[in-house]
Design a protein around this ligand. Structure first.
Ligand code: ATR
Length: 278
């Protein structure tokens, strides 16, 4: 064995709940790569110095989580078109000279998860209904626009945030009143919960799905629990569902590939390891 171990990690504040070290650790072991993936708690006031230090120490790159996803764009030497459009980055690659490239792979993770589990779904065919207008929703709407979805209905408890998305992404975004969620399911090809509703111990998302087409695909970004009340409701109506864990796993693939030089796969064993952490 020669050369220094490859180093990568994840920065956030707090960071102890991040599952990324476990999934990158699984792939490092699988490929027998001499490398490490380390979680770092970096507070907002230390963000610039922290990134400079990791760069100087020879890290290949880092994932970025709450609350730094937008702030890193200001510090990057280059930003991918997608990250700029979303207004957030989750995957940074250091250039070894003090600079870094910022990219967003949440969009890829979302699309890959849905397309793998529901290959029959096509973004171009029918409207999509996006519930929520926060950070996760932004990445998903960007993904749907990229895939050619011409009508993206967005409903958010705070309507003004959905209107922000329309201003940002253009006319393919149609703002729907929170009270009209159920009728907005009509004629959809995909329904996505991007809110935190349905997370363990919290309030649930309840949408009457009677008007939803029988072949609609229903998905959730919440994966704790894996079977959210919303997905259970969809399944009880005989609708196809895709759980949110795959999005988390797939969004990690491009970073691992860039930093460690191998293309990892998302398999059942990895899903189980991550589920067992919860
Ligand atoms: P993230 O980056 O994970 O999307 P966020 O930007 O805080 O986090 O967005 C959370 C989303 O969940 C928002 O759409 C939020 O609605 P508001 O914009 O009205 O806050 C939604 N959300 C959270 N709790 C909710 C609740 N109890 N009822 C309805 N929507 C809720």
């Amino acid at each position: 064995m020669s050369g220094n171990p490859i180093l990568a990690g994840v920065i956030g504040f707090p960071i102890q709940h991040s599952k990324s070290p476990f999934l990158h650790g699984y792939w490092l072991k699988r490929f027998r790569i001499r490398g490490h993936y380390v979680p770092f708690a970096i507070s907002p006031e230390n963000l610039e110095r922290g990134l400079a230090a990791l760069n100087q120490l020879g890290f290949s790159g880092v994932n970025v989580t709450i609350p730094h996803k937008s702030a890193v764009l200001e510090l990057a030497t280059s930003v991918s078109d997608l990250a700029a459009r979303i207004g957030a980055a989750n995957t940074l690659t250091f250039d070894g000279r003090g600079g870094f490239h910022a990219d967003n792979t949440d969009c890829y993770g979302f699309l890959k998860n849905v397309c793998d589990a529901a290959p029959e779904w096509s973004a171009e065919e029918r409207p999509a209904l996006v519930v929520g207008a926060g950070g996760a929703s932004r990445a998903i709407v960007a993904g749907l626009v990229t895939e050619g979805c011409t009508e993206i209905r967005v409903a958010n408890r705070t309507r003004s945030r959905a209107e922000d998305l329309r201003r940002h992404f253009g006319d393919s975004v149609v703002v729907v009143d929170w009270q009209d969620l159920s009728s907005a399911t009509e004629n959809t090809g995909l329904i996505i919960n991007t809110t935190s509703l349905g997370m363990n111990g919290g309030p649930e998302l309840t949408i009457d799905l009677v008007k939803a087409p029988s072949d609609v695909v229903v998905t959730d970004i919440v994966y704790t629990p894996l079977n959210t009340p919303f997905l259970r409701l969809a399944r009880s109506r005989g609708l196809k569902t895709v759980d949110g864990l795959g999005m988390l796993l797939h969004q990690a693939v491009p970073g691992f590939e860039r930093w460690f030089g191998k293309t990892p796969t998302v398999d059942e064993e990895l899903r189980q390891i991550i589920l067992d952490l919860s």
